[in-house]
Design a protein around this ligand. Sequence first.
Ligand code: NAD
Ligand code: MG
Length: 364
Amino acid sequence: MKRVALLGATGSIGRQTVEIVERNPELELCAVAASSSRDELLQIARAHSVPHVSLAGDPPLEELIAASDPDVVLNAVVGFAGVRATLAALEAGIDLALANKESLVAAGPLALAAQGRGGGRLLPVDSEHSAAMQCLEGRPLDTVDALVLTASGGPFRGRTRPELADVTVDDALAHPTWSMGPKITTDSATLMNKGLELIEAHYLFSLPYERLRTVVHPSSVVHAFVQYRDGASIAHLGYPDMRVPISYALTFPSRAPTPCESLDFSRAFTLDFFPPDEEAFPCLALARVAGQAGGGAPCVLNAANEIAVAAFLDGALPFLGISETVERTLARVDAPEVRDLDELLELDSEAREAALASTRELVA
Ligand code: NAD
Ligand code: MG
């Protein structure tokens, strides 16, 4: 029996994880946490006789992990709020199934150092990274020319920058292929999600940014591919369904059965790929530049994006204000290397303050 601590149990990834656990007799929930949907959380805890529950930070996620003694922590909290849990699991040598990409983006070097000390595994839940891990498996990195992450392009694919000026929150939340929480859905509309994923891939797979690419692929059937130096590309395909990478991470390396359909070749389908439009969607380039700058820049990028997305979802910032906030914040906040969690928290707050000031200027 594998004991799973599920953080963010009431969200989009959290609910699908509960379903995977319910269908797999080898998995059990030993802890659940959420900050919203109290009744749903308690209902999950009752239905699965979960002994350890954290609601809205009580107890803190690090304490929940320590008390529940899991074999694997699935971190599906949204945003920087997941950073302590990521670091605590890795430091303790517990396998970490990571959906919470923001924690790795903001705290990459700290997370890898904690993993080095703890010795646990870091298993991506993000579909592209789960796919990439499988395309890369066991092959030396010097044979890899490029890892290519696919992007659906979001609801605004094909629009020019001026055509994005008046889009609404409802427009941004109408994602064509994936059904997800509001923050990542907005990130998909700006393409910041793919930018965060470039940084996530850099830390997960130790590949330099020159060998990380993105391509728009509207049907979201190919999740990633790896191009090797001999001209071969190895791709990972499947219908867009997060239960596949969730199950893969929780049952690695045994690849347990899931209730998900495999591709149906009795119907014709086409696979289209387009280069991303970085002029209409500047967040992708901003993320690449922050990733390449290194140090604390990815933390600043992430913090600014979280502030801007929250303001957009509140109706307090136009869509194009998201990338402008991130750009201004990156230009204003000094982002040296952070050496520990305290320095990271300090940089994150400083970036949030600068981003808030930028959002106010933008709507003034
Ligand atoms: P969501 O908004 O649907 O759910 C977030 C969950 O986290 C909720 O249960 C919420 O209560 C909980 N939470 C938020 N702050 C918390 C805190 N401080 N302490 C404890 N719990 C807290 O989000 P989601 O779409 O499920 O995404 C979760 C993470 O997974 C994000 O980092 C996202 O980028 C990543 N991800 C999601 C998808 C997807 O399909 N939804 C795909 C890939 C990656
Ligand atoms: Mg993804």
